[in-house]
Design a protein around this ligand. Sequence first.
Ligand code: CAA
Length: 258
Amino acid sequence: MTYETIIVEQPADGVGLVQLNRPRAFNALTGALMDELMTALESMDADDTIRCMVITGSSKVFAAGADIGEMAQAAPADLIHMDFIARWERLRGIHKPVIAAVAGYALGGGCELALACDMIVAAENAVFGQPEINLGVIPGAGGTQRLARTIGKALTMEMVLNDRRLSAAEAERFGLVNRVVPTEDYRDAAVKLAAEIAARAPLAVRLAKDAVNMALETTLSAGLAYERNHFYGLFSTHDQKEGMAAFLEKRDPDWQGR
Ligand code: CAA
């Protein structure tokens, strides 16, 4: 498959990487780019040789948001017909873990794309913000919801209502990102994290992601029941028998994903 706005690589065993690649437009997220990104992720999700994915931009910009030129003259009906934001929801259907490797600007839809990933590795030069208020609109790809659930109401209000931007260090302090690394290392650090996860028991990783995400969707009682079902269900797998036998026999497990 050839892509025009993204670059797809396999930088380590079990790791698929998608680089957003519209450098002259600061990786502004056109509908075409989002379609390519989602198609690439879905194809990796179905590929047995890939077990964890990384989305990244360049060392200067992750993504500066949805493409303003593309939507400036749009009417609501145009956005609906284009499926402008709905295509972003496809990321929620990805079963394998997705890590955002963020350097430079992650603004508007760029911040929302990172937030929709399962983890974020940030470079020291990363900047997170929701500047849509400057354009007379609000975040449309999950910013108000995911930020409020992640960093709380007070700071989210400031970011969304008044374009308060977070440095990488602030993002780490407020729990938005998993770790901050020197800018020259951000991509390697994300690939290393992805490779570590890729080497783990695939079914357990998949159900773990699913159970954690459920915590953000449901009540505690329903979430605990959901987790327990996944836990019990994993006892039907080869990898549970293998993992526990390997522990007792003091050897490394041989995961088979079944
Ligand atoms: N859409 C389209 N083009 C964009 C863009 C965007 N979101 N962000 C940057 N660009 C383009 C600029 O138009 C410019 O193109 P030209 O060279 O052809 O003029 C190029 O990228 C470089 O931008 P600047 O000259 O502005 O570079 P800078 O270094 O001075 O500033 C920036 C960089 C801070 C990222 C600034 O470009 C900026 O503020 N961009 C817009 C950020 C924004 O408002 N994002 C929210 C978009 S709306 C959204 O995302 C809705 C949603 O929730 C899904």
